[in-house]
Every structure is written in structure tokens, then in C-alpha cells.
Design a protein around this ligand. Structure first.
Ligand SMILES: [Zn+2]
Length: 708
């Protein structure tokens, strides 16, 4: 996943007409000031007070509106420089305050932070609409856009002009004042609903904790048990074992616990998040969100929200996304049926029973019996891999691989302010030159949202002097006992490489304007560099050097690596179906127009129509689908992972065809045509320039072991 600050690229505003007097009057504070210190300034995490967010945001919004008015009311005829470039300079104070506000919301949330979010999210939405619906400003943008061929603009300037013009048109710039006002109202209401959705989810993840005894957890591997003990201790229940209601806690428990009753309990609790009929239930909010989105799409002239969302992505139409998904779906569920049959055979052979009856594989059995099949068929116990996967070593490994591919060097930096003592900072250099900074915030803690993501604290640009990027990777690894190395699962290792791929997309950026820099690309393209980067974890070069046993220091045995490779297509039925069912429901919900939707019934009916196997759930059930209901970002966009993955496998085959994962010429082409160009070139053109042709789905199907 990849995350943006709220004043995102679409409305990136900045500061030519710096207005310090106004800023002081309206209560600007240290959070909105230009960053100071080394590396062209660094985020002032040590100066953040939650009480400063509200006045800081309000002052920054006022400042930005003044900057925008100055651009819109400029008496000179509109040019790229006095309109588009001027907009690139505006809103910088808001970017700075907004960044801190979003980091606190995502990684250090408290009741105080949540109260500020409740109040400010709708206001920020109104603010963004004020800019996007500024008539005079749009007239100027349109004039520059229409004259773009005659004005001797560079290709990047033309592209940026299109990006700006397109985002204004898509926000309703051409509509009547009444329609614009209604869209503004809808956006404001949605912003409030998104915040509530997110806070409900966070509450259900935080509030439901299962405390177990030593006897209950004796079948768990030692490190999973230790993590559960540490989590209980943190919650004041020393001597017990806490299974948190998060994916990183649920997943290993369901994989290894031989207590079927407890597996069912943990499963039900996790997949009921946001769906408990209590104060944190999300169903009513979802209904409203879908209605409002449908109404907005209609006003903007699109049949449905899905059409509106996908139009400016690489896929262009919802039909293209459905075609791709339905091309893969039958193979995925067919594979699930095979996997279930194999697991049932294991359970039968073991004589597994409940209440005196032979068990039938249920969703809370899938991970557990799949692990047994893996052990039997591939002689591979993923838990035997874990002692070789130390968090710190894997981090070194991904740094090393980035060195091979892009010439980067990572140097630890101390003494910079960070938002939490767990965060470490690294300077990134290439050929001795400073490229940027990389912040790493690896551990779960109370108030941090679940999952893993990348955040760009500052994007690369060079139109008013060179500004280097600052990126971060954030995850929820469970911190081990003090002094013990943190061992992670293979999947966690893949996730690390994934998020680092987003960071590399930001670090490689070499463009002129921030609005088209780094990861500010189409939603279904942004996951391509990150998913591509996952391919370097299983290379022997990384494994032999960095997958070393935490006690003996010996590299992972070649036999074990061979087994991992052999088991590569294992459980793909589960993984692909779990994901695709979510992506399909997302698209169907947003293709349904303004139909009156009961989320629970809709999910059930549509899954039945798709032939969803009963033995597994969607990866994100509707009431907990933060990607699509905690914001607009991934709505009608969860398909993006598949879209990007098709590119990823097809692109990695280019390395294999050229002789291997570290082929220098292919790496250079990847850098030149994709990693460095941000959104200055249309994604389909970027891909063709790299691959010499359009993407082909066959590489993806091969990678899953599905028929092509
Ligand atoms: Zn991602």
C-alpha cells in the first residue's frame, strides 16, 4: 500500500507569494515553517504538539487560499509559468503541517488526535474544493492547457498541465455553480464518513483482544508465543498471552494453533471488524458513502463512481478491469477446490474431529491445514525459514539489492528528530551524491494503523532549485523480547521488499516539477514498482548473504531455498481468491450506481454469483475494507494490485530473458524509462519504452502456476 498526505498531488499548492504576516496573524506555528537542519531541512518531529494541528492547518489553509487568489487574479495573461508553475509553488505550509497531522493520525493516534481529525477532515475537504472549484483559476489553467502545443512547453510541462487541467475537470470545474456546490457538500460529508469508518475499524482492532493462558498457546512457535506474551505485558496482563485483532497477530495464530475452538474464535473476531452491530459498526456508513459517490459521479457526467475513478488510470474503463479479473478468477477458484481437497485428505488421515464428528475444512482451518500440506508435499515448514529472516538483515539485503540495481548506498544517520524512538533514519547516496533520506518505522504499537505502507515526507523536484526527497516505510512487525532479533515470516519479508519498492520509486525520481514526481502516478500503476521489487527477495544473492540464521550466522541452506522455490506456487488458490474476491466486490459495489445497497446482503449475493468457495473469506470484508471506505484513494481501485502485478511479472521476465535479476542493462532501462520519470510520461508509454511492447498477462499466470 502507498499513502499520500492529504494535500496531495492533485491539489499540490505552494508558496511564491509567501505571506508571513498573514500566517502570523492566523496562528501559524512551528509545524508550518520551512524545515531546517541537515539535508535541506528535515521534518521537525520534536516540535509536534497535537494542540498545534488545528491552528496550524487553519493558518496554512488561509495562506494557501491567498496564494491561489493571487494566481487566479493575476492581471497578466495566463502562461505556464504564472499559472501552472505558480501553483506548484503554492500550499507548501499546508504540505508541512498536513504531513505531521497525517503521520500522527496513522502512527500515533490518540483520542486527542482523533478529535482533531473528526473536526478537520471535513474542513480540509471544503478547502480542497474551494481551490478545485475556483472559476478564475480554472479559466487560466484551461487557457494554458489549450495553448500547450503552441507555447513551446517541454513534454514534462505539457504533461503537468494536462494533469492539473484533468484534476480540475474531474472535480467539476466545468459544472454549474449549483452542481459545484452540491459536489462540495458531498465531498465534505464523505470526508466525515471516511474518518468515522477508519476510527471504527481502529477501535475494533484495538478493543478486541483475546487473552490466553500458557496452556492455550503451547502449539505456537516460540517467537509467536513470545510476541503474544510481550503484547499482553504491554497491556498490563503480564504472564498471559494476547492475540490482537490485527492481521499480523491473527495470521500466525490461525496458521499454527492446534486449538480449533480458539482458531474459530480468533477468525470470527477478526472478520467481524466493523460488523458487530455495535457503536463501531460500519454498515450504515458504507451505505451512505456509496450513495454519495454515485450521486457525485452522475453530477460529473459519469455512469457510475467506478467509471469516474478508472477513467484517468492506466485501465481507462471498469470493463477493462473486470475483463482482467475474470480472466484470472476461474483458475483461482479451481485451485482453491484442489487445495481444499488436499487439506481435507490430511484432516481425514489425522482423524481430526470436533464433537465426535470428522471435521470439514472451515475458513479457520485453511491456514492451519495448508501449512500441513506444505510440510508434507514440499517438506517445507515455513517456520523453519523464519530463524533465517531477521528484520535487520533483511533490511540490509534490500539496501544491497537497491545498490546493485540503482547504485544506491544507505548510510545510517543519527541525531535527527523522529516521531517515535523505534524509528531509524538512513541517508541515501549515489556515486557519493546525496539522493534523499529513508525513515523506517517497523513496529506495531497502540495508535498505529495496521498493515504496511510508504509515505513520501517530501517529493523530489528541481524547478526552483534542487530539493531531494524524504521517504518512509512503515510496518507493523511485532517487536520481540528486548535484546532478541526480530524474526519475520517469508510473507513479511515480501511485504518489506514491496514497501521498499515504493520508496525506491520516490528515491529514483528525477523530474522537474513536484506535481508529477516519484509515486504521484496513476493508482493502477503505482503498485508496479513496489510489486516488481518483491522479486529480489528470493534471489540467491540476497538469500545467501542476508538470510542468515539468527543464532549460528549460517546462510539459509541451499536445500531450503530450493524447497521455497519449489513451493512458490503453493496456496496461490487461497492468496489470489482472497484478494480477487475483494477487488471484484469493490468494483461491483461501485458499478451498482445509486442502487439501495445493504452491504452485508450485497457481499453475500455477489460472492454466491461468483462461485466464491465457502472455505475462505474475502481478504477485506466490506465493513473493514479501509482501502475503499477510509478514503476515495483505492475505491474502485483495489483491482490495481492485479493490474500492477501483471506488469510486475512481465517486467521481471525481461530481467530473466536478459540473463538474471541483476542484469545491468535491464536495470538501467528500468531506471531510465520507469523508476526515474514519475508521472512525466503516460504509464502505458513508460511500460512500452521499457519492455518494447504492451504487457502480457501470461507471465502473471505462470507465476501462480495457473494455466495460460
Ligand atoms: Zn503498495
Amino acid at each position: 500500500m502507498q499513502r499520500r498526505t492529504f494535500l496531495a498531488a492533485s491539489t499540490a499548492m505552494a508558496a511564491t507569494t509567501a505571506l508571513p504576516a498573514l500566517a502570523q496573524q492566523t496562528g501559524a506555528n512551528s509545524l508550518s515553517q520551512p524545515w531546517t537542519g541537515r539535508f535541506g531541512g528535515v521534518p521537525p518531529f520534536d516540535k509536534v504538539k497535537v494542540a498545534d494541528f488545528k491552528p496550524g492547518l487553519e493558518a496554512a489553509m488561509a495562506q494557501e487560499l491567498a496564494e491561489i487568489d493571487a494566481i487566479a487574479n493575476n492581471p497578466a495573461p495566463p502562461t505556464f509559468e504564472n499559472t501552472i508553475a505558480a501553483m506548484e509553488r503554492s500550499g507548501r505550509a499546508g504540505d508541512r503541517v498536513g504531513l505531521m497531522y497525517s503521520i500522527w493520525g496513522g502512527t500515533l493516534s490518540t483520542p486527542e488526535v482523533r478529535a482533531v481529525e473528526k473536526e478537520m477532515e471535513p474542513k480540509l475537504s471544503v478547502h480542497s474544493d474551494k481551490i478545485l472549484q475556483n472559476e478564475k483559476l480554472f479559466k487560466r489553467i484551461e487557457a494554458v492547457y489549450e495553448a500547450r502545443d503552441k507555447a513551446e512547453l517541454t513534454p514534462e510541462q505539457q504533461r503537468l498541465t494536462w494533469v492539473r487541467w484533468n484534476s480540475f475537470v474531474r472535480s467539476g470545474a466545468k459544472l454549474t455553480p449549483q452542481a459545484k456546490a452540491r459536489i462540495g457538500k458531498i465531498n465534505e460529508e464523505l470526508a466525515g464518513l471516511f474518518t468515522t469508518f477508519n476510527q471504527n475499524l481502529l477501535a475494533d482492532e484495538t478493543d478486541y483482544v483475546l487473552y490466553l493462558t500458557a496452556d492455550d498457546v503451547k502449539s505456537l512457535p516460540a517467537d509467536v508465543r513470545d510476541a503474544a506474551a510481550a503484547a499482553a505485558k504491554e497491556k498490563g496482563k503480564d504472564g498471559q498471552f494476547a492475540i490482537l485483532n490485527t492481521r499480523s497477530s491473527m495470521d500466525p495464530f490461525l496458521t499454527y494453533s492446534d486449538r480449533r475452538d480458539l482458531r474459530e474464535k480468533v477468525w470470527r473476531t477478526y472478520y467481524s471488524r466493523g460488523d458487530n452491530g455495535d457503536a463501531h459498526d460500519n454498515n450504515a456508513g458504507i451505505k451512505q458513502i456509496l450513495k454519495l459517490r454515485a450521486e457525485r459521479a452522475k453530477l460529473l457526467g459519469y455512469p457510475t463512481h467506478a467509471h469516474w475513478r478508472v477513467e484517468n488510470a492506466m485501465a481507462k474503463t471498469p470493463e477493462n478491469t473486470m475483463d482482467l479479473m475474470m480472466r484470472v478468477w476461474p483458475s483461482a477458484i479451481e485451485r482453491v477446490h484442489q487445495e481444499v481437497a488436499e487439506m481435507q485428505a490430511v484432516a481425514d488421515k489425522e482423524g481430526a474431529q470436533e464433537n465426535g464428528k470428522a471435521i470439514k475444512i472451515a475458513p479457520w482451518d485453511y491456514r492451519y491445514y495448508a501449512e500441513k500440506v506444505r510440510g508434507a508435499r514440499y517438506d517445507l515448514d515455513m517456520n523453519s525459514v523464519k530463524p533465517y529472516l531477521q528484520l535487520d538483515k533483511l533490511r540490509e539485503g534490500m539496501h544491497w539489492a537497491a545498490g546493485q540495481l540503482y547504485g544506491f548506498e544507505f548510510i545510517p544517520v543519527t541525531g535527527l528528530p523522529v516521531q517515535h524512538p523505534d524509528v531509524t533514519v538512513w541517508e541515501v547516496k549515489r556515486a557519493g551524491q546525496h539522493v534523499g533520506l529513508w525513515y523506517f518505522d517497523p513496529y506495531a504499537r497502540t495508535g498505529k494503523r495496521s498493515g504496511a505502507w510508504m509515505n513520501a515526507y517530501r517529493t523530489q523536484e528541481k524547478f526552483d532549485g534542487k530539493i531531494t526527497t524524504i521517504v518512509s516505510n512503515n510496518a507493523n512487525f511485532v517487536k520481540g523480547a528486548p535484546g532478541q532479533p526480530v524474526l519475520v515470516s517469508w510473507d513479511d519479508g515480501v511485504t518489506m521488499f514491496h514497501e521498499f519498492g515504493h520508496a525506491l520509486h520516490g528515491l529514483n525520481s528525477d523530474v522537474v516539477y513536484p506535481g508529477v514526481s516519484g509515486t504521484r502516478v496513476a493508482r493502477d500503476y503505482v503498485e508496479f514498482p513496489s510489486q516488481l521489487n518483491e522479486n529480489w527477495l528470493p534471489t540467491p544473492e540476497v538469500l545467501n548473504k542476508f538470510a542468515v540464521h539468527y543464532q549460528t550466522g549460517k546462510p539459509i541452506p541451499p536445500e531450503l531455498v530450493a524447497k521455497i522455490k519449489k513451493a512458490h506456487t503453493f496456496r496461490q488458490g487461497f492468496d489470489v481468491t482472497e484478494y480477487l474476491s475483494s477487488a471484484l466486490i469493490d468494483m461491483k459495489l461501485h458499478l451498482a450506481g445509486d442502487a439501495d445497497i445493504d452491504p452485508r446482503a450485497f457481499e453475500k449475493d455477489e460472492l454466491a454469483k461468483l462461485g466464491m468457495p465457502a472455505e475462505l473469506p474475502m481478504r477485506h470484508r466490506t465493513p473493514q475494507f479501509g482501502h475503499i471506505f477510509a478514503g476515495d484513494g483505492y475505491s474502485a481501485g483495489y483491482y490495481s494490485y492485479l493490474w500492477s502485478e501483471v506488469l510486475d511479472h512481465d517486467a521481471f521476465e525481461a530481467f530473466e530473458e536478459a540473463g538474471g535479476a541483476y542484469d545491468k542493462a535491464t536495470a538501467k532501462r528500468l531506471h531510465d524509462k520507469i523508476m526515474s520519470v514519475g508521472n512525466t510520461v503516460d504509464p502505458a508509454d513508460q511500460y512500452r519504452a521499457f519492455r518494447g511492447r504492451d504487457p502480457d498477462v501470461k507471465a502473471y499466470l505462470r507465476s501462480k502456476g495457473f494455466p495460460t
